[in-house]
Design a protein around this ligand. Structure first.
Ligand SMILES: O=C(O)CCC(=O)C(=O)O
Length: 288
């Protein structure tokens, strides 16, 4: 389904956006489920729900209240919703990933980032691989907007060509999950906004530098994110956002052979925060 030019764009720039590949009714079902989760969040003062490593599934921004819910992250929505499984395991999204890193593809984990109007959640510049290092680089992050995503509501920004570069996400001995302020300023100047409609999907190389500012508009920005790996890419550290389905084959066949890329990789620690927003230094709602 990718044209040679789209394939070249992914290889050379580290990302490609495929337009209108996910059916509207599938996305509508996801939005309906998210509305239910946001309603439920009104009854909680702090992070809640449980994932396989004992962390909270539902992550709330500071200032969250019943009157103004600020649910910013749902870890592995596919663990608790078949509608999410349908979009991530069947159809055009895994089909495209199979063309990029397949034919044999594993699901790694997924998450939902929510920026409602009035929330401050932002994503500081980082590459995904240092969070979840693997034996080789055939790892793709797919980013699936559930709303129109533009510069006003905090769209994803990517840095073309940065998948060929390496940065540390440590400050001294501390894993902070983002690059330094000086690096971030330079990367911001090189970055491109990914403006997209619901139905479009951005496929990003695991080493592509990316981030996104807060939502400054009156429109929501809800983004479903899913990491896939080639079947012969094996994790070096357990998934940071573990799913009961991590390692599930979604295209082709499993592999008992690990393909190794000769390189060195900084390993992440097991951080305590429920989500990477906390790791990056953004405040979490207290209570619950
Ligand atoms: O929400 C975004 O704009 C990007 C998300 C991201 O990079 C992440 O959650 O790792």
């Amino acid at each position: 389904m990718l044209t040679p030019a789209e394939r070249r764009q992914f290889d050379e720039q580290g990302y490609v956006v495929l337009r209108q590949i996910v059916a509207a009714e599938r996305l509508a079902a996801l939005r309906r489920q998210i509305e239910i989760w946001i309603e439920e969040s009104r009854g909680h003062a702090g992070n809640y729900g449980e994932t396989p490593d004992g962390k909270a599934r539902f992550d709330l921004e500071v200032g969250h209240s019943a009157a103004q819910p600020k649910l910013r992250r749902v870890a592995n929505p596919a663990d608790v919703s078949e509608d999410f499984q349908g979009v991530l395991w069947d159809g055009p999204v895994p089909d495209a990933v199979a063309e990029l890193i397949g034919p044999d593809v594993k699901f790694h984990h997924c998450k939902l980032n929510i920026k409602l109007p009035g929330m401050g959640a932002r994503v500081d510049y980082h590459q995904d691989h240092p969070y979840d290092p693997h034996s080789n680089d055939d790892v793709v992050t797919s980013l699936i907007p559930l709303d129109t995503m533009n510069e006003e509501n905090g769209c994803l920004r990517v840095v073309p060509g940065s998948h060929k570069e390496r940065y540390s996400l440590y400050r001294g001995d501390r894993f902070v999950g983002k690059v330094s302020d000086e690096e971030a300023a330079q990367l911001e100047r090189r970055s491109r906004p990914i403006e997209a409609q619901a139905g479009d999907v951005c496929f990003m190389h695991t080493w592509t530098m990316h981030g996104s500012p807060a939502n400054r508009s009156a429109a929501p920005r809800r983004l479903l994110i899913c990491d896939y790996t080639a079947a012969d890419a094996f994790w070096l550290t357990p998934p940071m956002v573990p799913s009961i389905h991590s390692g599930r084959i979604v295209r082709g066949r499993p592999s008992r052979v690990a393909r190794l890329k000769a390189s060195t990789i900084e390993l992440p620690p097991r951080y305590e925060d429920d989500s990477f927003f906390g790791v990056q230094g953004q405040e979490t709602a207290q209570g619950g």
